[in-house]
Design a protein around this ligand. Structure first.
Ligand code: NAD
Ligand code: UFG
Length: 341
């Protein structure tokens, strides 16, 4: 039987590469489109090492109407598109808003236009917990009102969801699932793929692993006087492989149910403070992290974690990796990248 083809934009990146592995292992054929602005082409070989299959690859920019039209016209047998391609650094987006709006929104509109033109019916969109801003009530569900975005990056996700909603309304033959990821962490258990931040990491997990590896002298914890149970910011850290699995469930759900547009939180339902995450990392890996308490980081909300019951009810999805295994995989990946034993 011929395999169903999925186009993954941004498939060489952190979440995309894990999703490409999971898709291939679930029997899908994968075509990756990536401009390699935040990733490397050798990820394709790593995916092949894990799955035995090297995904098809087109090096292209999703904002480029000519190349995307050409790729979609040659692949109009695809059953779906998973759209990861985006710039994602919150601070950088504040400094370079136009770059973020151009890249993230033009990519999305270009992809949608070509899906309509070439009758590719199913879209999964990478949205984010940041669409909830600083919510009045926790944990958040999909019914929690969205708040104004606190950065241009966040605004591209809020606007992206609106653009998709309007497009699906105008083209009822199109289905879309918007997945609001909370804080993805960890790496593939093989240690062959993981998160490779450019330069100094913005996110907590790679900062922790780079500190453990001696690349950074110490971790700065941004604030210890938040109105939370221990004074540190609380987030919903979720294994990247659990996030990847949800994309397969979403594609299969759309193929089966033709649902129009739906939106799901992807979290664990467990809020962990920065200090609790550090302590859990230390105990999972038997290693100490140097840290210091620093000023609050502008734009950080005190607490954010999710109820993901809807994804469980409709997609049959739930986060299932243990925190300990996730933290071990993060450290294993860092050791592999750093050439440590
Ligand atoms: P990533 O940077 O590792 O991957 C994104 C990939 O997209 C990269 O390989 C990059 O080269 C590519 N890309 C960017 N712009 C492109 C363009 N115009 N054309 C073609 N390729 C392009 O990021 P990630 O962590 O894997 O995130 C994937 C998606 O999930 C993004 O949309 C991001 O906003 C969203 N998201 C991520 C997080 C997180 O914490 N990692 C949280 C919520 C949402
Ligand atoms: N933190 C530190 N020190 C660091 C880095 C982070 O103390 O060096 C703290 C932050 O203050 C925050 C927590 O660790 O309290 C998590 O910070 P991250 O930067 O890892 O994650 P965020 O929750 O700020 O943001 C992430 C993604 C965004 C996404 C958002 C949704 O980076 O893309 O989750 O909530 F939009």
């Amino acid at each position: 039987m011929q395999k169903s083809k999925i186009i993954i934009t941004g498939g060489c990146g952190y979440i995309g590469s894990h999703t490409a592995v999971a898709l291939q292992q679930s029997g899908f054929k994968v075509l990756i489109i990536d401009n390699l602005s935040n990733s490397q082409e050798n990820v394709l070989d790593k995916i092949a090492d894990i799955t035995g299959i090297k995904p098809d690859f087109e090096k292209a920019d999703c904002t480029n109407p000519i190349s995307i039209k050409d790729i979609f016209s040659k692949n109009n047998d695809a059953v779906g598109v998973i759209h990861f391609a985006a710039l994602k650094a919150v601070g950088e987006s504040v400094a370079h808003p136009i770059m973020y709006y151009k890249n993230n929104l033009n990519s999305l509109m270009n992809i949608l236009e070509n899906m309509v033109e070439f009758n590719i019916p199913n879209l999964v969109f990478s949205s984010s917990a940041c669409v909830y801003g600083e919510p009045e009530k926790l944990p958040v569900t999909e019914q929690t009102p969205l708040q104004p975005a606190t950065s241009p990056y966040g605004a591209t996700k809020v606007m992206g969801e609106t653009i998709i909603k309007d497009t699906v309304r105008a083209h009822p033959e199109l289905n879309a699932i918007q997945l609001r990821y909370f804080n993805p962490i960890g790496a593939h258990p093989s240690g062959k793929i993981g998160e490779l931040p450019n330069g100094v990491p913005n996110n907590l997990m790679p900062y922790i692993t780079q500190t453990a590896a001696g690349i950074r002298e110490r971790l700065s914890i941004f604030g210890n006087d938040y109105p939370t149970h221990d004074g540190y910011c609380v987030r919903d850290y979720i294994d990247v492989n659990d996030i990847a699995d949800a994309h397969i469930d979403a594609i299969q759900y759309m193929i089966k149910n033709n649902p129009g547009i739906e939106t799901f939180n992807l979290g664990t339902g467990r809020g962990l403070s920065v200090m609790e995450l550090i302590k859990a990392f230390e105990s999972a890996n038997n290693i100490k992290i140097n840290y210091t308490i620093a000023e609050r980081r502008p734009g950080d909300v005190p607490e954010l974690w999710a109820i993901s019951d809807l994804a469980n009810q409709k997609l049959g999805w739930a986060a299932k990796r243990s925190l300990e295994d996730t933290l071990k995989s993060a450290w294993q990946w860092q050791k592999n990248v750093s050439g440590l034993k």
